[in-house]
Every structure is written in structure tokens, then in C-alpha cells.
Design a protein around this ligand. Sequence first.
Ligand code: NI
Length: 304
Amino acid sequence: MIRLLSAVFLCAVSAVAASVPAKPAPAPDTAAPTPPSPKPAATASASAPIMSVPADATAPAAPGAPRITFSQCHVEGPYVALTFDDGPHGANTPRLLEMLKQRKIHATFFMVGQCVAEFPDIVKKIVAEGHEVANHSWSHPQLSGMSESGVREQLQKTHDAIIAACGVTPKIMRPPYGAFTARQRAWANGEWGYKCALWDVDPLDWKVRNAEHVKNEILKATVPGSIILSHDIHKTTVDAMPETIDGLLAKGFKFVTVSELLAMDKPLPPKPKATPAPKADPALAAKAESPAPQPATPVQKPKP
Ligand code: NI
């Protein structure tokens, strides 16, 4: 098992290492964790930086321990969170803000510190209009392969820049590419109180620069509790938003910020215990019932 995990891990890491662009930003956050996208296999080409959300992202927390990583929430009601990464952008973010204001809905902006420093007035406007601001690193590197001091600098500089721009202390973060080990997630939660917000809906808007595609993918995949990933640095993504949002509203969805969605999260009902477990290796069965990963376990388990 360990050998298998190692192989998967190495495979995923090399795939990422080979494909992550050298230029820090703008860069995509990629790869929906579940369900598998119904696109033709050909679109999953080697050119796409594929980084799955960590396999334990949706694992329940240990009994009594708060969950700190979310890719989707379990909520009672049609609530979803729209999220926009990698900005703010000088032209596209203000345009998006107008669309959101017209519809009286709030979104969450996972901002790159460099852009926060460049556009503090837009950050102020984001907050003034009721949206949530969150940390997406300073220069969009792959944090999972970095030293603690390197990650600290990336997150602290951005944390400080957001506070300096708008006076609000961010409560959540999203690692670029979704790449953050279980140990790093626990550490960031301890250092800044950050919860790590990933996503379950990914229209691949960084890759397919087509508003109709973005809209269709989001409308197809969004369910109650969804965290919808997109990027306000791309004109085509912002172009897609009026019809996307109106389509979601027509389906009955209600928009909240990520922190609001996380606050609504209810633990999933316990798995039925009456059904005897299938005959299996007792060691594996015991492992499956063990609590969520402990902070001291620096194991990242990306899906292949
Ligand atoms: Ni990003």
C-alpha cells in the first residue's frame, strides 16, 4: 500500500513539476477532484498542469476536531459559493463586481498578493461590496514542494497585503494548483487560523477561453454545497458570468461566501454500521476507520 501510494505520489509530483509554468502568474488552478469530467480524453493532454485535490480533502475530521479542508460542503439548502482566483485584475475584476452588484450576490476572491499590492483600491471595493477576500499566495508558486520558510513568506506577505489594502483579515486560503500537503494545511491553520478551501466545480476556464464553455460546465456540475472555481483575470470568464449566475439563480441556487458556506457545513450522516464490513485485511479495515490524517503526517495523496 505504501509503495503504491508512493508511486502515485511521485507520478503526480513529476506530472506537476513537468507542467507547472515557470512564470508565476497568471496560472491556473486545475483539475476537478470529482466527478471525472465527461470531456474527451484527448483534452486531458500533457500540456495541462493536472493537480488533483488531495485525496483526504473531503475526509471527515477526527471526532471532535474541526474540519480544516473543504472542496465541497454538505449543507441543508441550495447554497453555493462562487470563487474567483488569481486577481484582482485591473479591468476584469471591476467589471465582475458590477455584475455581482446588479444581482446582489456575494463571492469570494482568492487573491494573489502581488496583485493585491498593485490594485489595493479594487481590494477595498471588493470588501466594500460585501465579498470575501482570501489568500492565494504572493506569486502563485506550487507551495507543496516548498520549505516552511518559503511558504510562510508567500502566505504572510499576502495576509499582510490584504489587511493593508482593506483592513480585513483573511480567514481562508487556497493553495495554487490545490497543492498543499496535509501537514501544511494543519500548519497554516495553526499559524493564521486558515481553513483551506479547494473546489468541486472546475470549468477549466483558464484553459478553455470560451464563455459558453465556462457557463455550461458550471451549470452542469454545480450542486448544493458546491465551491465553484474560476478566474477573474480572464475576460472570457467574466463574460460568462451574467448567464452563468442567472442560470444558477434560475435553478434555485443561492450564493454565499466560502466562509458562510463552511459555517453551514454539517457532518455527513454516519456511515451505516449495521452492515458488516466486507471480508478484508483487518489491518486495512482498521486503517480505514482511523481518524483523519494527523498534522504530523506529511503525506500528500494526490489522485492520479
Ligand atoms: Ni490560482
